[in-house]
Design a protein around this ligand. Structure first.
Ligand SMILES: Nc1ncnc2c1ncn2[C@@H]1O[C@H](COP(=O)(O)OP(=O)(O)OP(=O)(O)O)[C@@H](O)[C@H]1O
Ligand SMILES: O=C(O)c1ccc[n+]([C@@H]2O[C@H](COP(=O)([O-])O)[C@@H](O)[C@H]2O)c1
Length: 216
């Protein structure tokens, strides 16, 4: 059977229940051999990250410690020290895993809506599949997507089995996720002195409080 690795990249500032739900959904759908989390070093489309790299990584370790399947943390985007482009990461993961492995890059529908702004976005499909989960407020309907992205998806729609068993080139959209949580909303709640209990894992919240993160 083909090796299958699912990748979840993000700023994780901080990691929250929406990220865990996205990863869990695709872990269940795809049953990948590995689920790999890739914290971005310098997400070029975002303004400055609030928490440092070490804190974001520590929170990720805590958030995924209890996952049903082992989760690997891949720090290459932090270690590269350059603006974070997914195309660079996929080239490196493809070189590591070889031409046959199935690589599935996961994202929420907010990112799908702006996929055409990513560096060399069409070339992403030469290296990986994409697995997209719905996010409240970000429709995945063709009319809500840039025309070029909608056209690309029309050509590339594939089944879970196709994603699982071929190296790259397909897109699978999972409509069932419905988790209305963002890191922006959590940072704002914490700044107001609220606890954000229902949005974030208790162990991550403890870490945030112990390290006085997101207070200003
Ligand atoms: N609630 C959610 N439902 C589905 N996907 C999500 C959700 N939250 C984040 N994601 C996805 O996880 C990945 C990493 O997201 P990121 O770390 O930027 O979190 P965020 O909540 O979007 O952050 P911010 O509010 O700071 O922009 C992206 O692909 C994003 O679409
Ligand atoms: O490659 C790009 O140009 C690119 C542009 C925007 C986002 N991404 C990736 O998409 C993932 C989610 O990004 P973000 O900004 O929502 O945390 C993360 O892995 C980013 O590196 C990648």
């Amino acid at each position: 059977m083909t090796l299958c690795v699912a990748l979840l990249g993000g700023s994780f500032d901080p990691v929250h229940n929406g990220h865990v739900a996205l990863a869990t959904l695709f872990a269940t759908l795809l049953e990948p051999d590995q689920l790999r989390i890739l914290p971005a070093g310098s997400p070029w489309q975002k303004s400055r990250l609030q928490a440092g790299d070490a804190d974001r990584v520590a929170m990720l370790r805590l958030a995924f410690a209890g996952a049903a399947r082992p989760v690997a943390l891949d720090l290459q985007e932090i270690e590269r020290g350059t603006p974070t482009y997914t195309i660079d990461t996929l080239r490196s993961v493809r070189a590591e895993l070889g031409p046959q492995a199935s690589i599935v890059f996961l994202m929420g529908s907010d990112q799908l809506q702006q996929l055409d702004s990513w560096r060399e976005w069409r070339a992403l499909f030469e290296l990986a599949h994409i697995g997209v989960a719905a996010r409240p407020g970000f429709s995945m309907a063709d009319a809500a997507l840039p025309a070029a992205v909608a056209e690309e998806l029309t050509m590339r729609r594939g089944s879970l089995a196709q994603l699982r068993n071929t190296p790259s080139g397909r897109a699978y959209l999972a409509e069932t996720l419905d988790v209305d949580i963002s890191a922006t909303q959590i940072r704002a709640a914490l700044q107001r002195g609220e606890k954000a209990n229902s949005l974030i894992s208790p162990v991550v919240l403890d870490y945030i409080q112990q390290h006085n993160l997101y207070e200003i």
